[in-house]
Design a protein around this ligand. Structure first.
Ligand SMILES: *Cc1c(COP(=O)(O)O)cnc(C)c1O
Length: 399
């Protein structure tokens, strides 16, 4: 803090740190979870199915299958899509590693296509360039809650017979050309981690209209086991079940499902609050030459999961890390989304090399994620604006 005072002039904008994201839990959430704790089933009970029906209805899909994490949801979606050994899946590099790890879990090969620097979403043109005879699926990510260009992606997928798996971990409640996220891909994966649009602690779900995928996923999340087999139907043996393939225990509990149902009732409020705060930011930042504020495309309504600014480095006497550290010194809990996945040491060991996606790598040098979550106050947002202006003023290059 002494250093902040010395370097940037004046005491830090805030006395205590403001996180970049956090859950919003109220008494109605606590009441719903307590009901389950007092009841019969903690897991595999009625709340799971109820939550799944609500997610499906909200996202505009026929079916939803809930699982224990967003990562599990992506793994399950890849399995449903039939990804296997040697299959290539085209993925955005500007994402959390789970978006590509799920392909590796199935024995497949993630192939990274570059991003559009305006939206930070996967560039459909580069998807087409990366298609080979081994390509089986494409896995776009709705970065920051703004939908990828799904019509373009679906068009390419139909032409090349690919499955489309949408990583909508950021985007429950957002929409694309008036259609809710959840009905624009063959399989759409959501996350309910505490910083995501709604939370179940840990949790996730996949939405689909495809009954075959749906049936596969119900078994996948519970060891590959089915009770609806020919033998049990013929003999009426209610004890009989079959393990039909190697599945997992990825079940979401009833406690979590009840919390999810309660959270889902408030999602539109959560998103409108995020949108309002984002507008406060954008009103302050859009006129500033030294940074690029995020923009909604005309075809999407973003869920505003995160607010990512890009620094115009030639106008500053500092690199991203310096600006990042200066904002932390002001007690603004900035974060970074994302390190391009293939630059992680594990991916490097698999043979991926820097230079693969030049746009993603350039953007990576410029980005900072500012705090944004529904329970943030207007005053918190004003602190963030003040701190960004203070730091940018300090590092502005003079001509
Ligand atoms: C959070 C997230 C995931 C993983 O979800 P978990 O629920 O944390 O397992 C996957 N993809 C993206 C883009 C995410 O932000």
């Amino acid at each position: 803090m002494m250093e902040a005072l010395a370097i940037h002039g004046g005491p830090p904008v805030r006395n205590s740190i403001l996180a970049y994201g956090r859950q919003s839990i109220d008494d109605s959430d606590i009441k719903k979870v307590t009901e389950v704790l007092k009841g019969e089933y903690l897991t595999t009970g009625p709340y799971v199915k109820m939550f799944e029906n609500q997610i499906a209805a909200y996202a505009g899909a026929k079916y939803a299958v809930a699982v224990s994490s967003g990562t599990g949801a992506l793994h399950m979606a890849c399995s449903a899509a039939g990804i296997g050994k040697g299959d290539q899946v085209i993925v955005s590099p500007m994402t959390f590693a789970a978006s590509a790890n799920c392909v590796l879990y199935c024995g497949g090969i993630p192939v990274f296509a570059d991003i559009d620097p305006l939206t930070l979403n996967i560039d459909p043109g580069d998807i087409e360039r990366k298609i080979t005879p081994e390509t089986k699926a494409v896995l776009p990510v709705d970065f920051a809650g703004q939908s990828a260009d799904m019509d373009e992606i679906n068009k390419i997928a139909r032409k090349h017979n690919l499955v489309v798996i949408e990583d909508a971990a950021h985007a429950l409640g957002a929409s694309y050309k008036g259609r809710k996220i959840g009905r624009n891909a063959d399989l759409t994966a959501f996350s309910f981690h505490p910083v995501k649009p709604i939370t179940t602690g840990e949790g996730g779900a996949v939405a689909t209209d495809n009954e075959h995928y749906y049936r596969h996923m119900l078994r996948f999340r519970t060891h590959g086991v089915s009770r609806e087999t020919e033998i049990s139907l013929q003999t009426g043996s209610s004890w009989y079940y079959e393990q039909q393939f190697l599945g997992y225990n990825y079940r979401l509990t009833d406690l979590q499902s009840a919390l999810g149902s309660s959270q889902l009732e408030k999602i539109d409020f959560f998103i409108s609050r995020r949108r309002y705060l984002a507008q406060l930011y954008s009103a302050a930042f859009s006129p500033m030459d030294e940074l690029i504020a995020p923009r909604e495309t005309d075809y999407s309504v973003s869920g505003w999961h995160i607010y990512v600014i890009r620094l115009k480095l030639p106008l500053l006497n500092a690199d991203r890390n310096t600006v990042f550290a200066a904002l932390r010194a002001e007690n603004i809990g900035v974060n970074l989304h994302y390190i391009p996945v293939y630059l992680h040491p594990y991916y490097k060991r698999l043979g991926y090399e820097a230079g693969l996606c030049p746009q993603a790598e350039q953007v990576y040098r410029e980005i900072i994620t500012l705090p944004l979550f529904p329970s943030m106050s207007d005053e918190d947002a004003r602190d963030v604006i003040k701190a960004v202006k203070k730091v940018i003023n300090y590092y502005r290059r003079q001509n």
